[in-house]
Design a protein around this ligand. Structure first.
Ligand code: PMP
Length: 386
């Protein structure tokens, strides 16, 4: 029996309907052509495929088609938003990010420090919510760009995006939202949120890997430049030949979300509650990192006091596939910067595991996961007592 997959926030399994749609495109022989070479039918057909996919992505986030720039994923979209807007030094040389951003935002911002930009980090509270007073203090007439994620990839906390956009508007600076983890379980609306730029990733929403998008609001277009060179594709913002088949898969994943997301959220909340109530029966000493309200419905970041997360996962190996938030740098595991920002100690952070589930998770999977965790805890307790 394969291990129960509890790592949906690392990547979601592709939806079979997405795979089917991509296979059809592939087998029909349509769509292989270069979508930017439109002097013949084959090229035009590939271009039509890309256009239809762009429409699906745009519609899902309340944008217009020409505001969607396809990228290789959210890492590239984040880099494009940050490096593409901070390309020259002016009197606005500050970038404000939250302390719990994804590494692709933090590292891109850090890179700009070496070019003369100043990066400021907004604190979060124990639930993981951005401290609005601190953010307010950080944003000013020197701020070029603010980047805050909609849904965190480790603890699932969802930020209240519209008030952050309002702060940015008042200060006259640009606002980028990393919505990679939000699209699948949150009604992402770029205009309602007031985002100038918004990053998306297909493989977090049951689509293929290797494709994502950056929403570029029409009014913000003049503030961003390409960070790569060699072609005029994607309105000059992302040179290179697009992969029509990947676009098709991403578009189909968005079509499915458009019709099923709200029902799916209800089902996932049911699974999450089941997980917690079973866990309470079997391992009552657990603690939740973050908050249970305003959170991704299928993320649980759980601390098992006194048990190293790596040990726990090793005991569950082959039965449960979950992850810790720690990053391994030069062989030394570093505690998650997200959990540390919440006020957890390094030790507490290293006792924490992220469980993330989704569309194909069943109630039986939840029960079996808790069983495996409970058996592992009993064994580890036994070892500690011996
Ligand atoms: N941002 C967030 C919040 C993410 O969770 C991820 C993926 N872990 C990324 C960006 C990067 O996405 P991709 O894998 O599409 O580059």
């Amino acid at each position: 029996m394969p291990a129960i997959y509890m790592d949906y926030q690392a990547t979601t399994p592709p939806d079979p309907r997405v795979v089917e749609r991509m296979r059809d495109g592939h087998e029909s022989g349509q769509g292989f052509a270069n979508p930017h070479s439109v002097s013949h039918d084959l090229g035009r057909s590939a271009a039509a495929e890309v256009a239809a996919s762009r429409r699906s992505v745009a519609t899902l986030i309340g944008a217009d088609d020409d505001e969607i720039v396809f990228t290789s994923g959210a890492t590239e979209a984040n880099n494009l938003a940050i490096l593409g807007t901070c390309h020259d030094l002016t009197d606005r040389n500050e970038i404000v990010v939250s302390a719990i951003e994804h590494k692709s935002v933090l590292a891109a911002a850090r890179h700009l420090e070496s070019k003369g930009f100043v990066v400021r980090k907004a604190h979060v509270d124990a639930a993981g919510r951005v401290d609005m007073d601190h953010l307010h203090d950080l944003i000013g007439s020197s701020t070029r760009l603010v980047s805050v994620m909609a849904t965190n990839n480790e603890i699932g906390v969802e930020q209240d995006i519209a008030p952050i956009a309002a702060l940015c508007r008042n200060a006259g600076c640009l606002f980028h939202v990393d919505a990679a983890q939000a699209l699948g379980t949150f009604a992402v609306d770029a205009y309602e949120w007031g985002a100038d730029f918004l990053s998306l990733s297909s493989h977090k929403v049951y689509g293929p890997k290797g494709i994502g998008a950056l929403f570029v609001a029409r009014d913000a277009r003049r503030h961003i430049r390409s960070i790569m060179f060699g072609g005029d594709q994607e309105d000059g913002l992302r040179p290179g030949t697009l992969a029509p088949n990947l676009c098709t898969g991403f578009g189909e994943a968005c079509n499915i979300l458009a019709s099923e997301r709200s029902d799916e959220i209800v089902r996932l909340v049911g699974l999450r509650d089941r997980f917690l109530s079973k866990l309470r029966e079997r391992i009552p000493a657990y603690e939740i990192n973050g908050t249970l309200t305003g959170r991704h419905p299928a993320n649980l970041n759980i601390r098992f006091p006194g048990i190293e997360a790596d040990q726990m996962l090793a005991m569950c190996e082959g039965r449960v596939a979950a992850a810790t938030g720690s990053a391994c740098t030069s062989g030394i595991p570093e505690p998650s910067h997200v959990l540390i920002a919440l006020g957890r100690t390094s030790r507490e952070a290293n006792e924490s595991i992220r469980f993330s589930f989704g569309r194909f998770t069943t109630a039986e999977d939840i029960d079996a996961t808790v069983e495996a965790l409970s058996a592992a805890t009993a064994l580890l307790d036994g070892l500690a007592d011996a």
